[in-house]
Design a protein around this ligand. Structure first.
Ligand code: S3P
Length: 733
């Protein structure tokens, strides 16, 4: 672009000019402003090169590659565009920054009879309660979004996109209607409410001194009521219909709240407040890009310095499998279920959100505590949209089973990694039970479950050892008529069975078979979630491989269907002692003390594979540090976890100089010296944590890319690893 003409030198126009100047763009910036004083101020500020009082003064200077940015008040934008269109050649690009788009498009169509191809409607989502050229801020658009609603694709679109990107903005496109609806809900409605609230209190209240007692909360909530009144007057008129729709929606919610307060309807009040708090917390996390991981925008790297040992007493977060199940069964129980020690990681939070979306009131999590107001077996409501479960395979597969027995249809979706994982393993048995299940190509998510209240009980032989498949069928079986039985090729984790019993539901088992009768009910209970042995495993291996280590992991679940990692490490020569063994809420628990001991490679017994299925990434690190070779077979399931853990671990070990040979169903690892290098996690939390542990025995630093998913199962891993003695630095890039 050679020349940018800014019509209207307020906050929006002035900030674009200032941003281009700050970034040293070689563009001549010409302002068009009615008042000479404004032009003089902008010249003094150094944000424009020259100014004129009317576009006609410079119209014939403009040609292809030049752009006119109309940044006048919303209701005047269409007229300015029409006169600009009449004055300049069609090769000049026209764009604007108005907060509403539909009214401008309608006006142009009415007055011109067509939409000029050189006009690209735009809206920078940035602002401030200040106005005027003196408020111009060269950083206003950095890391802010600009929405374009183009009616054709051409060089003018590209030019406007480049313009905004050159000042640090992220450009999105959407339809005019979508833009106006989204903005009415997220921007225009909040302004209506803020103005109305302050006006109500300022004028209709009998207490003149009211604001004296207002503190920070009131200030935060009402900040936007200090915005430019004329501008907001214009916006309300310009986006009238969408704003009215948004107000109607809000009025409806407010009047329901009024009734709930009047009737002391605790469930309704808690329902609204807990859902709103969860939604806001999530939104803030997203805004801070700290969580609810968006792999496109967030890259978190770990840098591990070599050496060290691990010592001390540690408590790792709550068990992921038990956390998911406690939310699910607590939601379906009669009465209030209290849960403590819940995993506050993204996976369990996704399950929590799914049940909130289906109308269950859940308080917390607050320091690991949840209060779940169960709705009974038939109390779930159809969710307002697809249930998004993030990275959580367990949530998707177990929910599929529960949804099979509902009287509504629902779709389950997940993140990039989950979208690649197989779902036919649950869709097929559910189809056998008589319902329609849709998946995307080759059985991948999204998966849509058309629930039915006439589910058929089945006997199902699971083709693979999978607790998720077993649990899915059993949970559907709760709603089926008759006996639902699952026969497994090998015993897998039995948390579903144990917890169902805890909720008073009869479950029977015999060798590799487990069955239950449909049609019963669940009675609310208290659940104490033990620490997750899968998270503890990282520190068990860390202590085993690093000389001088002596660590105690507290209150870890040692359910015999999960302790394969202890057995395998012991077979390799690890020094592991279980202390203070006890039972908590139907699950065995112990403190696990691990001291350094020289490890030797082994052939891992295949019957231990399902009992250690999540621990192989870190067990491969143990194997790399052991004397001799370790051989794993019978573990092809590892290829369909959050990543292909056989391939990804083999590649990572090879990068660090280890002789690791992947096979179809396992790996052969020859113990050796871990060296230095950069590891790709393929967005898999356990790969990131396994290689963090490897640093203890490496000869140089290890850089681990894409570690954000660690938060799915192990929030606080970095601090705990550092506390134990691993030299870990995080870097966001
Ligand atoms: C889980 C079962 C296992 C495990 C997953 C949790 C569960 O998956 O890998 O992390 O909670 O039921 P599979 O059933 O696919 O083996």
């Amino acid at each position: 672009m050679r020349k940018l003409v800014v019509i209207g030198l307020g906050l929006i126009g002035g900030s674009l000019a200032a941003a281009l100047k700050k970034r040293g763009q070689a563009i001549e910036i010409i302002a068009v402003a009615r008042r000479q004083e404004t032009i003089d101020t902008a010249l003094t500020m150094g944000i424009i090169d020259r100014g004129v009082n009317a576009l006609s003064g410079i119209a014939n200077e403009l040609g292809e590659g030049d752009c006119i940015f109309v940044a006048v008040p919303t209701l005047s934008v269409a007229d300015q565009l029409i006169s600009a269109h009449a004055l300049v050649a069609n090769s000049v690009t026209l764009t604007d920054g108005a907060s509403t788009k539909g009214n401008i498009i309608t006006s142009l169509e009415e007055k011109l009879g067509f939409l000029p191809e050189n006009y690209v409607p735009g809206h920078p989502i940035a602002g401030s309660e200040q106005s005027g050229v003196t408020a111009a801020n060269p950083s206003l658009y950095e890391q802010h979004r600009v929405i374009l609603t183009p009616h054709c694709e051409n060089q003018h679109c590209d030019l406007v996109k480049d313009l905004w990107e050159s000042v640090g903005a992220e450009v999105l496109t959407m339809s005019v209607q979508e833009h106006d609806e989204v903005l009415a809900a997220t921007s225009h409605l909040p302004h209506v409410i803020a103005y109305s609230l302050v006006d109500t209190l300022a004028h209709d209240s009998h207490n003149e001194n009211l604001f004296r007692y207002a503190a920070g909360g009131f200030k935060d909530f009402t900040r936007i009521a200090s915005s430019d009144p004329t501008m907001w007057h214009d916006i309300m008129i310009a986006n009238k219909q969408s704003v009215l729709n948004a107000i109607a929606l809000f009025q409806n919610n407010l009047s329901q709240l009024t009734t709930a307060i009047n009737n002391e309807d605790h469930a309704h009040l808690l329902g609204v407040f807990t859902r709103a708090k969860a939604a806001r917390d999530r939104f803030i996390k997203q805004l801070n890009k700290s969580s609810y991981i968006d792999p496109m925008t967030q890259t978190l790297q770990y840098i591990i310095q070599p050496g060290g040992s691990v010592t001390g007493n540690l408590r790792v977060p709550g068990d992921k499998s038990i956390s998911h199940r406690s939310i699910m069964l607590g939601s379906l129980a009669d009465g209030v279920t209290e849960v403590s020690g819940i995993l506050e990681g993204e996976d369990a939070l996704a399950t929590l959100q799914a049940f909130r979306d289906m109308g269950v009131v859940i308080e917390g999590p607050e320091n690991g505590k949840l209060t779940i107001h169960g709705v009974g077996m038939k109390g779930l409501k159809a969710p307002p949209g697809p249930l998004y479960v993030g990275n959580a395979g367990t949530a998707m597969r177990l929910l599929a089973g529960l949804l099979a027995g509902q009287n509504f249809s629902a779709t389950l979706t997940g993140d990039n990694s989950l979208t690649k994982r197989p779902m036919n393993r649950v869709a097929n048995p559910l189809r056998d039970m008589g319902i329609t299940v849709e998946t995307a190509e080759s059985g991948r998510p999204p998966i849509t479950i058309h629930g039915s209240q006439s589910l058929k009980a089945i006997t199902y032989k699971t083709p693979m050892a999978s607790a998720q498949v077993k649990s899915c069928v059993l949970l559907a079986g709760l709603y089926a008529k008759g006996t639902t039985k699952v026969i497994e090729p090998a015993v897998t984790r039995d948390h579903t069975e144990r917890m169902l019993k805890g909720f008073g539901y009869k479950v029977q088992r015999d060798d590799n078979s487990v069955w239950l009768e449909g049609g019963g009910r669940l009675k609310a209970m208290s659940i104490e979630v033990p620490a997750d042995i899968s998270s503890a495993a990282f520190f068990m291996v860390a202590a085993s491989i690093a000389p001088g280590s002596d660590i105690t992991l507290e209150h870890v679940g040692i359910n015999p269907t999960r302790t394969g990692v202890i057995d395998i490490l012991r077979l390799m020569g690890a020094d592991i002692t279980l202390l203070n063994e006890r039972e908590v809420g139907g699950e065995p628990v112990a403190d696990i003390r691990v001291r350094y001991s020289e490890l030797t490679g082994i052939t891992i017994p295949e019957d231990l594979v399902p009992l250690a299925i999540d621990e192989f990434p870190v067990l491969f690190i143990a194997a790399a540090c052991a004397k001799g070779s370790t051989v794993l077979t019978g573990a092809s399931e590892l290829r369909v976890k959050e990543s292909d853990r056989i391939q990804v671990m083999a590649e990572g070990l090879q990068t660090l100089g280890i002789d690791a040979t992947p096979t179809a169903d396992g790996m052969i690892v020859k113990g050796g010296q871990l060296t230095t290098g950069t590891i790709e996690t393929h967005d898999d939390h356990r790969i990131a944590m396994a290689f963090s542990v490897a640093g203890l025995r490496a000869s140089g630093p290890i850089t681990i890319n894409n570690c954000a998913h660690v938060a799915t199962s192990f929030p606080g891993f970095e601090d705990l690893a550092k506390k134990a003695g691993i030299s870990l630095e995080r870097q966001s890039i």
